[in-house]
Every structure is written in structure tokens, then in C-alpha cells.
Ligand binder design. Structure first.
Ligand SMILES: C[S@@+](CC[C@H](N)C(=O)[O-])C[C@H]1O[C@@H](n2cnc3c(N)ncnc32)[C@H](O)[C@@H]1O
Ligand code: SF4
Length: 307
């Protein structure tokens, strides 16, 4: 009998930068949401794959990479939407197959988290699902509505609480430049309300949690691409994007000064790579931002930006 030696992928696949060395396993295809800026569900009809097929991929991966696998990431855009029984079964299967694996990770829309009970999330966490990458994008409800996110600031606060109670690490992403260039007010609100959201979800202990900012890209095929083509959306300049991020950082004021919030703005879409711990490194982060704002030539050029 000839054993299948390839792992199935439905391209293009996206994974968080921090899952770069992880075993990627296609659990779902596409995404059940339709955000204006995102390509995750273009050219893909959403489905949860047959678990027997996913298990076969894990078996193949085990033969290829075995004990080298430290982290597993279940693709695609919102694998957390997978019905809990299935997600639990496949998480347990994966963690059993790879005894050296420390965790399973998934992308999750806030509503996927809210639809699961505290007990379901705790069961998933106990089985090995230890990190969820959640696209917050903004803390401003008006902007969230404008981009078709189908979530509110309150959803993010509640979803974070549920994740943290279940001991699933939160990694939340925001997008700079989402409001566009023709509304300075929207940019200010985006920055200030996003900071307020992050202040509000700050845990009272010293656990690690992650906040990242990407800078808006406008890929072909998205609703935003059409808006830009029709001059209904004008992109913000690199400098204005950095100023927006500066306003966000200035407004960070955690109730718990011992918090361990890993802040990153060092994705390929960003103009200036920044990382640090909030709130501890606030002053240094602001210095880097001010330097970038006054040294345009230091910024990543448009042709080197990507998703
Ligand atoms: C593949 S999505 C998965 C997140 C998850 N489905 C959710 O929405 O909560 C990962 C993140 O990449 C970022 N992203 C996607 N498209 C982007 C774009 N065009 N420009 C900048 N960031 C983008 C967003 O922050 C998004 O939440
Ligand atoms: S940002 Fe997340 S929820 Fe929105 S379409 Fe992309 S993958 Fe789906």
C-alpha cells in the first residue's frame, strides 16, 4: 500500500507571523465573515473539513516531522468557528500525535469565541488549544461597522474575558489607517478608542498577552479595493499612520502596571518595526515613533510592504 505523503492545503493560506515555524494544518477553508479589507474568503467556499481527512494530514506530518513539531496552527481564517466537539477531537488528536507540541493555535473572530460556553473553551484549553489570534481591528464601533467587521468593542471585551478565564492566550490585531485619509476625526477616534479597549481588557495578573498593529493593505478583490478605485476611500500617508499609532500608545494607561502585554508593530505591512512591552516600554516606543515621524527616509518603502 502506498501511503499519501502530502499534506493538503487550500491556497492561499494565511498564518500569524509568530506561527512561522508551526505545523500548519488545514482544518477549515475560507472564513464565515466578510470584512471589507480581507482576502481570506475570496475564491474559497467556507467549509469545515472532514475530520478523518484532517487526521490523515496529521499522520503524514507525524511521519515527516515527528518530534520536531513544537506548535500546531489550524488554518483557515476563523478555525475557532468549528463546532466544539470537532475542534476538541482534532485538538486532542493533534496533541497526542505530537508529544513535543506545546500548543495548538487558531484564528478566531470574537463572535466565534462568544458562541462557545466558558466550559467549552476550558475543555479546548485543557486539550491544548492555548492561543487565539483575534482580529479586533479597532475599538471604535463606528469604524468597525464601516468595515463590515460584525463585532463591537463590547464583544471584544467579553470575548477576551472568556478567553482569559479559560487560560487561552489572547493575541489581538489592530489595523492602522483603517479610517482613510479624509477624516482626521475618525483616525483620532480609532486610536483613542482602541487604546481604551486595550486598557479595559488588561488582566490583573502578569500573564503574557499580545497586541499587534498592522498597517492597512488594500488587496485586489476586496470591497475596500473597489472603494479606493471609486475614490470613496483614500489611503492615509505613512506619516499619518505613525501619528495614529502614536496617539494609541499615548493613550495606553493600564490599571495593572505589572501587566505583560507584548506589543508588536513589526509586520511586513508596517512602515517602522517596533516591539516592546506595554506599559513598561511606552516611553521608548514613543521615541521610536517620533524618530520615524521626523525621518521619512527611514520608513519601509511601499514596494517592500506586504501581508
Ligand atoms: C486572517 S485574519 C484572521 C482574524 C480573525 N478571522 C478575525 O477576524 O478575528 C488576521 C488579521 O490580519 C489582519 N489583516 C487582514 N487583512 C488585512 C489588510 N488588508 N491590511 C492589514 N491587515 C489585515 C487583520 O487584523 C486580521 O484580523
Ligand atoms: S478579518 Fe477575519 S473575520 Fe474578517 S474576513 Fe478576514 S479572516 Fe474573516
Amino acid at each position: 500500500m502506498v501511503e499519501n505523503s502530502s499534506i493538503y492545503y487550500c491556497y492561499p493560506v494565511f498564518r500569524p507571523p509568530s506561527e512561522g515555524n508551526s505545523l500548519l494544518i488545514q482544518l477549515t477553508e475560507g472564513c464565515t465573515y466578510h470584512c471589507d479589507f480581507c482576502v481570506s474568503n475570496l475564491r474559497k467556499d467556507f467549509k469545515v473539513r472532514n475530520l478523518e481527512d484532517v487526521k490523515k494530514d496529521l499522520d503524514v506530518a507525524n511521519r515527516k516531522y515527528g518530534s520536531h513539531v513544537r506548535k500546531i496552527f489550524f488554518l483557515d481564517g476563523n478555525a475557532m468557528v468549528t463546532p466544539t466537539e470537532k475542534l476538541l477531537e482534532i485538538t486532542k488528536y493533534a496533541m497526542n500525535k505530537f508529544p513535543n507540541a506545546q500548543r495548538v493555535g487558531v484564528y478566531a473572530h470574537a463572535k466565534d469565541i462568544l458562541k462557545k460556553s466558558g466550559k467549552q473553551l476550558k475543555d479546548l484549553s485543557d486539550a491544548g488549544l492555548k492561543i487565539a489570534y483575534v482580529g479586533f481591528e479597532s475599538g471604535d464601533d463606528n469604524l468597525l461597522k464601516q468595515i463590515g467587521k460584525n463585532a463591537t468593542k463590547e464583544d471584544y471585551i467579553n470575548a477576551t474575558r472568556k478567553l482569559m478565564d479559560a487560560k487561552i492566550t489572547l493575541s489581538a490585531t489592530f489595523i492602522n489607517g483603517l479610517g482613510g485619509a479624509n477624516n482626521q476625526n475618525l483616525s483620532n477616534n480609532h486610536a483613542i478608542k482602541s487604546a481604551d479597549l486595550v486598557n479595559k481588557i488588561c488582566p490583573s495578573d502578569d500573564r503574557l498577552w499580545y497586541i499587534s498593529f498592522l498597517s492597512l493593505m488594500i488587496p485586489q478583490g476586496t470591497v475596500l479595493y473597489e472603494k479606493k478605485r471609486n475614490h470613496k476611500f483614500i489611503e492615509m500617508s505613512a506619516i499619518d499612520i505613525l501619528k495614529e499609532l502614536r496617539t494609541f500608545i499615548e493613550n495606553i494607561n493600564f490599571p495593572n502596571k505589572e501587566a505583560n502585554c507584548v506589543f508588536r508593530s513589526n509586520h511586513a505591512s508596517n512602515y517602522l518595526p517596533i516591539k516592546g512591552i506595554l506599559e513598561k516600554d511606552k516611553k521608548e516606543i514613543l521615541e521610536i515613533l517620533n524618530y520615524g515621524i521626523s525621518h521619512k527616509d527611514m520608513l519601509r518603502s511601499e514596494s517592500y510592504r506586504g501581508l
